[in-house]
Design a protein around this ligand. Sequence first.
Ligand code: GLA
Length: 379
Amino acid sequence: MKIETEIREQFKKTFGDPAGTMYASAGRINLIGEHTDYNGGFVFPGAIDKCIMAEIRPNGTDRVRLRSVDMDDSAEFGLEESDKPEQMWARYVFGVCREIIKRGGRVGGFDAVFAGNVPLGAGLSSSAALESVFAFALNDLFNDGRIDPFELARIGQSTEHNYCGVNCGIMDQFASIFGRKNKLIRLDCRSMEHEYFPFEPEGYRLVLVDSVVKHELVGSPYNRRRESCERVAARLGLDCLRDAGYDDLERVRGDISDEDYSRAHFVIGEKQRVLDVCEALGRGDYETVGRCMYETHEGLSKEYEVSCEELDFLNDVARKEGVTGSRIMGGGFGGCTINLVKNELYDKFIDAAVSKFEARYGHKPKIYDVIISDGAHKC
Ligand code: GLA
């Protein structure tokens, strides 16, 4: 059943008439620029045609009643800090309410049903899509749209920090709110300056291959990666690694751990790769784009150590099949590879990835074709 129909049916069954307003917000891909956002660097994401939709209706009380179609679960909570719900999935919504209130915005009680098709734990930012759809909707329903979109993204990010235990950067929520059809966004995560780049690579397709190794940033070493970067920046007397170069890093090499050195070394290279990829795209040079993607994978695997055996295996298959670019995408520790594939190689690559992966790991990877799409909106 279509997500929207399912939501409408469950809303009516759970909360009765009248219907609420429907909103949607998207998951994201990131072509290049991984683990650079919390280092003040550049990222290059886009929203995708996989989203979370929510039907919402203010209920005139100070209670929130939620139903998650995908979890087949319900939650109810108040809007005070002490009302934090038990269920992890409900905390994303609770956090968004609290972060709006903390900023002086208004949130009253509401009833909501939501569902989505952003695969969970695949590195496509299902949690940012959830935060963004509620941040966008509650801004519309209770604040006449007065909260600016940058702040909406920060509300989602603070929800992760303060209610979900992940010290993430701003990329995912930014992409989910600011995404536009057929455009990738180069975002400077320090100044928040951003530029839309048309992305309709003629002769190529973007495909995600999901290892189905569940990526779970809550409780993962993600926060420790960030701490490594912050230690190196502090040692250099900088606010963030954005301003560091390889020479600076060599200067302090003796004073930092080998592990911190490797993490920072990756970030310094990655920040430049985003700029190189944007420039290459501008001249239609997909070979360079692809080469940078492989370099990123190498760095994420060997220096940043956020890959896993299955993702390295998928990357290897891509290389052997002549795929133009392939790399682990998102926070890491599982999830997908993103692949830039020539049209004529597509079928052969997918066949090889599925059969070789299954032969090795006993289950098939999932394949997602993605279309770059609009971010948060009222439906
Ligand atoms: C996760 C985080 C982002 C970003 C990526 C890695 O998706 O939520 O902020 O750090 O990992 O690039």
